[in-house]
Design a protein around this ligand. Structure first.
Ligand SMILES: CC(C)(COP(=O)(O)OP(=O)(O)OC[C@H]1O[C@@H](n2cnc3c(N)ncnc32)[C@H](O)[C@@H]1OP(=O)(O)O)[C@@H](O)C(=O)NCCC(=O)NCCS
Length: 171
């Protein structure tokens, strides 16, 4: 039984069999139209192709799982090009009813440790300026401000900057 976090939530490395449930979680957060850059989720096939490719490049992905349902994820996808492979991009999301319960922190702990073990030395991310909860989480983990695209996104009447943040793992 797990209505909105009343039972145990496991944090574990994702496996290919998680894809369908991961996709449902990801697509629902896209449709919130607030937190992710993608607001119309890609087709399942497209998303599967991306994840398979990312996995081959050494993606570090952890999921939060409640009663076999993926209720959150955090991943760091290494860049593909020579010269950039020491560096990965972080993405994450938690299903609305599971937010604010420490799952984001648990996912970050696991995923950043995993990136370090995988030999990545830089993690970058972009976050919308209105997303103060995510920004607080990233600051808490030592991400530093690296730049800002002013008026980077205008959606549903909201004008937002896109903030770039980065974390070096070997300092
Ligand atoms: C941002 C997000 C990943 C955080 O995960 P979470 O499980 O809700 O966060 P946690 O409960 O682990 O809290 C971790 C930290 O985040 C910040 N935070 C999270 N929720 C917060 C809230 N409601 N108010 C203030 N700070 C909050 C705090 O710094 C908190 O640390 P603290 O509890 O020690 O103060 C989650 O809220 C989410 O999925 N949001 C929508 C998708 C998204 O924004 N993805 C990131 C796109 S860049």
């Amino acid at each position: 039984m797990n209505a909105a976090g009343s039972g145990a939530v496991d944090i574990r490395r994702s496996v290919p069999e998680d894809f369908d449930s991961f996709y449902d979680c990801f697509a629902a957060i896209c449709r919130e139209r607030r937190y992710l850059a993608v607001v119309e989720p890609p087709s399942k096939e497209e998303a599967r192709g991306f994840i398979d490719g990312a996995r081959q490049r050494g993606m570090v992905q952890y999921v939060a799982s409640a009663d076999s349902r993926v209720v959150g994820w955090c991943d760091i996808v290494p860049h593909a090009w020579e010269g950039f492979r020491h560096s990965g991009r972080l993405g994450m999301g938690i299903a609305p009813e599971f937010r604010g319960k420490g799952i984001g922190r648990r996912l970050m702990d696991a995923t950043i440790d995993g990136a370090r073990e995988a030999g990545l030395t830089r993690v970058g991310l972009e976050v919308f300026s209105s997303n103060t909860n995510a920004i607080k989480l990233y600051e808490r983990y030592g991400f530093e401000y690296e730049g800002r695209h002013r008026r980077g996104r205008i959606i549903d009447g909201r004008v937002e900057d896109v903030i770039m943040m980065g974390l070096l793992l070997d300092v």
